[in-house]
Structures are given as structure tokens and as C-alpha cells.
Write a protein that binds this ligand. Sequence first.
Ligand code: DNO
Length: 406
Amino acid sequence: MRQTWRWFGPKDTVSVDDMLQAGVEGVVTALHHVKTGEVWSVSEIETRKMEISRMADGSPSGLSWEVAESLPVSEDIKKQKGDWRAHIANYKISLENLAACGVKVICYNFMPVLDWTRTDLAWRLPHGGTCMRFDFADFAAFDIHILERPGASASFPGHIVQAAQARYTGMNDARKQQLTENVVFGLPGAAEHMTLDGVRQHLAEYDHIDADMLRRHFYDFLEEVAPVAQTLGLRMCCHPDDPPYPLLGLPRIMSTESDYAGLIKAVDLPSNGITLCAGSLGARADNDLPGMMARLGDRVHFLHLRNVRRETAQLFDSFHEAEHLDGDTDMVALMAAVVLEETRRQESGREDCSIPFRPDHGQDILDDLQRQAQPGYPAIGRLRGLAELRGVMTALRHPVAGLGQA
Ligand code: DNO
């Protein structure tokens, strides 16, 4: 297992030196400043590689860019509208450029409009630190009463509709504003402060697109890009929906094991793979993460190891981001399945027998509470997660565990 870390580039409040001191082996990053649909040029990729390679005092970091997350898929491609063909052509050029620069693992997602979403970005924990949380009733209050999406009530169970009404009635304007900002944080254009009307316009574009149609568009995209990635020796890996169920009336198609089985079947090439995000998939009780790793492991090119605590027994409901070894996913069992997969790969002579993982997200603890990092990406909370995961990994690899040493 290769210990990687997401870095948002020079503007990240967590530095290259911080990553090194956390014991990171490789870097996950993206050209966040390039507009979705445009080409990632060799010179921009090289600039980022150079930024990663140097510590603050100019000495070499020894780190390199190992995973691109995300090379984003445009809304036009998802809708097969407007410039979608040009965007697919650009996507292929970006793949060529990344391959030419030695970045081999390419993460992306196919969530319409929203990427991940939460209702609270800094929810207070009993120990005084904070974490991100998704409160289903607050989300319903946003959808039904703030966004006023037609038909929104019908997409929630009755008790959640009632709870949402009570929540909304009790909310002051500041909380309404904060909830809106938190929910739209994962929207494209969020950085430009998207308005509620902007959200409504995005949603209207999906009026005629149901899950089957979105899946067809997804497979069309894969048929175009996966063979190119295969020729270039790249490993593409689709990130799951987060949360893994439909939101705002939008279809979501990468939420379950059978969705991933469908992806593999759609284009049966090793380059067409999976980002197994334990945190996203783990928000559903019917996703068995260690089992998914055992069954689909062959195509898992990247791992996001984090944990969530589901707050009720319902299939779709509230959850919060737990400590990496706590929460509802059995992290030790999942990591044991990863070690077994790596051993299989080693035995069959595969080159990719050390799967990159990152301690995805972390709680804000200690100095994180002042540092104002990107939500979910504090230095110390993630360092704690990485250290705990590294401990499990080391133990599982030890001969006494009897699992093999990839
Ligand atoms: C959230 C992340 C996601 C992820 C993309 C991958 O923190 O895990 O934003 O990067 O969905 O395409």
C-alpha cells in the first residue's frame, strides 16, 4: 500500500514540508485552476510536478505526483450536450499529457452537478474537535424549503419531511445561509459563489435524464477514454457518489457494488478501474467494503480510506465522518483484503502491486482548528488518520499476521 496525500497546490495551507513530516510517499493533486473541459497542458503539469518536488527551503522533497484527482468530467459530457465531443477529445489529450509526464493513476467521478456534499463542515465532536456531517433532515430542509425544488418532499420519507419542517422553522437566517453554502460547496462554480437560481438552472438541465440515460452517457465516455488510457499504460479509477444515493432529484449511478460490476463489464480493460472510497460507499449499510475489495480488488487502482458513522439504521440517512479506525466500516478487515489483493498481484507479476491510498478527510483537531484548511483536509487530523492506517498496514504485513508481504 502506497501512502499518498491530497495536496491542493501552492495555495494549500498544508505544505510540502508538512506532507513529508507526515510520512507521505506520494502526492495526489489536480490542476484545479484549469477549467473543466479544457486540456491539462504538459507545461502546467510540469509546473505542478516542480512545486511538489521542492521543500520550502528549496531542497528536494523526493515526492512526486502519483495520482491525478480529479481529472474532471464536464457537465456537457454527462449530459451529452453542447461541447461534449470537444471535451472528450480534450480529455484524451490530457490523458496523453499526464502519461507523458509520468502520472499514471487518474481519478474522476460521474456525479451530476454535485460532487460530494455535507450539511455541516465543522460539526462539534464530544472531544472539542470538529468533523463534517450530513444531516438528512437538514438536507431535506434545504431541498424543500430553501431551494424549493418542485416535488422535493416526495423524495424523502414522511418522518424526514416532518423533521425538515421543524428544522426549517427553527433556523435563523444565518444558519439558512450557512446550510446553503455548505450544500453547494461541492457544486461546480461554488468558488464563484453559486446562487440558488444557478443551482435550479443546473437541476433543470437534468429534467429529462434518468439513471439509465446517465449510465449510457457514462459508458459512452468510458468506451472513448478507457482504450486510450489502456494504450498509454494509465489506470483510470471512478470515485463513487458521495453520499451514495440520489440527491436533489438527480440520478446517481456509482453508489453500490453492482454499479461497479456494471462499470467493469461496460469496458473490460484493466485501465477501467475503481477508486474504492470507503467513506463514500460506507454511508450505506448495504455496501460491504471488505467484500467489495475481495470481489472487485483486481480493478481497484486507488483507495480512499476513511470512515463514517451512520446515525440510524435506515438505508439513506444522516452520518458523520468518524476517526479512521472507528465508524461503521471495519477498516482492519478492509485493509486485510487490500493486502491479500496486493499479494495476488505480486504473484501474478503485476507492476501495480502497491495500491496508492490516502487518508481521505480527517477531523479537525489541535492546531487544525485555527488553520482553516480546505474542509475535510486538515493537516493534523489527516496525519492522525495516516498514522493509524500505517500502523494497521504494518501489522498486517508482518509475518505474524500470515497474510503475505506485498
Ligand atoms: C472529497 C473527494 C471528492 C473526490 C472526487 C473524485 O473530498 O473525495 O471530491 O475528489 O469526487 O472525483
